[in-house]
Design a binder for this molecule. Sequence first.
Ligand code: THU
Length: 132
Amino acid sequence: MPLPEEQLIKAAAEARENAIAPYSKFRVGAALESVSGTVFRGCNVENASFGLTMCAERVAIFKALSEGANEFSALAVIADTDRLTPPCGACRQVIWEFCGDIPVTMANLQGKSRTVMMSEILPNAFDGSFLE
Ligand code: THU
C-alpha cells in the first residue's frame, strides 16, 4: 500500500530541515517512496563552488539507489514558496531515468500541494531506449 500523500510530504518537510543552503538560502526537501514502502529523504546540499551543489531530489534518489532500492512509486518535493517549486530540469532527467513515470507531489509549507506525473513535466523525454 502506498503511503498517504500527506505522509510523504511530511517526510520531505523533515528532510528540508537538514538543507545545507548557506548561499541561496533556498531550502528544499524531498522524499522518495520505493515500491516496498521505504521512504528515502533528501535535502539540497550546496557548495561554495556553486556548480557542485546537489538538489534534494537527486540526493534522495542517489541515497535510495545506493541502498539497493531501484523501483519507486512516488516522490514529494517541498520548498517555502507560494508558487509550488517543481524539480529542476536536471532532476527531471534523473527522476525519469531511475523512477520513470511516477507521480511527483510539489508542496509548500502552507499546506498547498499539487501532484503531476513525470510525463507531464518531462514530455518527449530522452532516455536509454534511444541508445538501443
Ligand atoms: N534546488 C533543489 O534542491 N531542488 C529543485 O528542484 C530546485 C533547486 C536547490 C538547488 C540549490 O541549492 C537551491 O535549490 C537554489 O537553486
